[in-house]
Design a protein around this ligand. Structure first.
Ligand SMILES: NC(=O)c1ccc[n+]([C@@H]2O[C@H](COP(=O)([O-])OP(=O)(O)OC[C@H]3O[C@@H](n4cnc5c(N)ncnc54)[C@H](OP(=O)(O)O)[C@@H]3O)[C@@H](O)[C@H]2O)c1
Length: 328
């Protein structure tokens, strides 16, 4: 089967398409999935270039990618038909999911073995053209739940500022912050993404056209915001500390973000940690089906163009999700 692997840390060119990879054998608690699409995330290039904490001790050569959609084609010895049925994962079921943190294997391969706990069925009949969105849903979706529900503690009536509102995580943070009770959601992005941010329910702030800090002050009548959800971090974290109203708090998304400038000022600052779980995947699925989480896939590239996809991802201006077509 075809699979993407890399045998050293480095630039996108280390990603190599192999067409002679062995089909994996599922462990007793694993399901065998024929992958249709694989979602891409900044974490993928941080692991590939060795900068992520998750790259430490990674055995090379390694696979790449964390999330996907596909079809169940088999299962390990511990999952008989009744067990698969009770989980809604019988052979032939369309599924989506992501590898848990401690599972270092990739998903950019035609067939993968993955824990049944890390998968959920795609509910109902969906048109073929919607499959890429499901591939890109789990990682950003579980991150958005961890950010909004577990970490930010948004309360009814609060004002929230989201940096990177049109990015993969940002496109789910906006509807989830509103669901959590935010009265107003402001979201930064390039002017080209203003309309998208507005469609998602936030007030866009075009950081490439105006001073976003002045705009936050203007839109909040000088009060500032209660919560900042910062998916960008690099140039936004420090100035955001001055945009917080009294008692305000900030959540930075990059796992290696330095929170100390906030903590030294007595500002509550946290980094979210993904909590896996079938209940959360099912919640995401319901949100997609109901139209509450209209996550956008901006580009689908063939598996063999993964290096180009990583270059695009590293530019840091992905709109919604980039997805690989593993069958192409
Ligand atoms: N802690 C965790 O468990 C966890 C989980 C998932 C992701 N993450 C991290 O969260 C971050 C975001 O992930 P993602 O998947 O959403 O990335 P993404 O899809 O690449 O989106 C990044 C967004 O940042 C925006 N951006 C770029 N420069 C900006 C600036 N100067 N000001 C405001 N926005 C700016 C871009 O929008 P424009 O094009 O409009 O500029 C883009 O939409 C990454 O660092 C990722 O590693 C952490």
């Amino acid at each position: 089967m075809r699979e993407i692997r890399f045998d050293r840390f480095g630039g996108p060119e280390v990603l190599t398409l192999h067409s002679d990879a062995a089909v994996p054998a599922p462990a007793p608690d694993e399901v065998l999935v024929q992958v249709a699409f694989a979602g891409l995330n900044p974490l993928d290039f941080k692991i590939r270039d060795g900068s992520s904490g998750r790259a430490t001790d990674l055995e090379l050569p390694a696979g790449t990618g964390r999330e996907m959609s596909g079809v169940v084609i088999g299962a390990g010895s511990g999952l008989d038909e009744a067990e698969l049925g009770s989980r809604g994962l019988t052979v032939g079921t369309r599924v989506f999911g992501m590898r848990s943190t401690d599972d270092r294997r990739g998903v950019a391969a035609e067939v993968i073995a993955i824990s049944a706990d890390d998968l959920a069925p795609i509910p109902g009949e969906i048109p073929e053209e919607n499959l890429p969105r499901w591939a890109g849903l789990s990682l950003v979706g579980l991150t958005a739940i961890a950010t909004v529900r577990d970490t930010a503690g948004i309360e009814e009536g609060e004002t929230v500022l989201i940096h990177g509102g049109a990015g993969g995580v940002g496109q789910l943070l906006i509807p989830m912050a509103l669901e959590a009770g935010a009265k107003t959601v402001l979201a930064t992005g390039r002017s080209a993404n203003s309309e998208r941010i507005r469609e998602l329910g936030a007030t866009p702030i075009s950081y490439d056209e105006r001073d976003w800090t002045a705009e936050v002050q203007r839109l909040t009548d000088g009060r500032g915001v209660d919560v900042v959800l910062d998916t960008h971090y690099h140039s936004t974290f420090l100035p955001s500390l001055d945009q917080l109203a009294g008692g305000g708090r900030i959540v930075a998304l990059p796992s290696l973000a330095d929170l100390s400038p906030a903590l030294q000022r007595g500002i509550e600052a946290r980094i979210p940690t993904i909590v896996p779980g079938r209940d959360r995947l099912d919640r995401l699925a319901q949100g997609i089906r109901a139209g509450r989480y209209p996550l956008e896939v901006s580009e689908v590239l063939p598996l063999g163009e993964i290096a180009q996809a990583h270059r695009r991802l590293e530019e840091g201006h992905t709109r919604g999700k980039l997805v690989l077509d593993v069958r192409a």
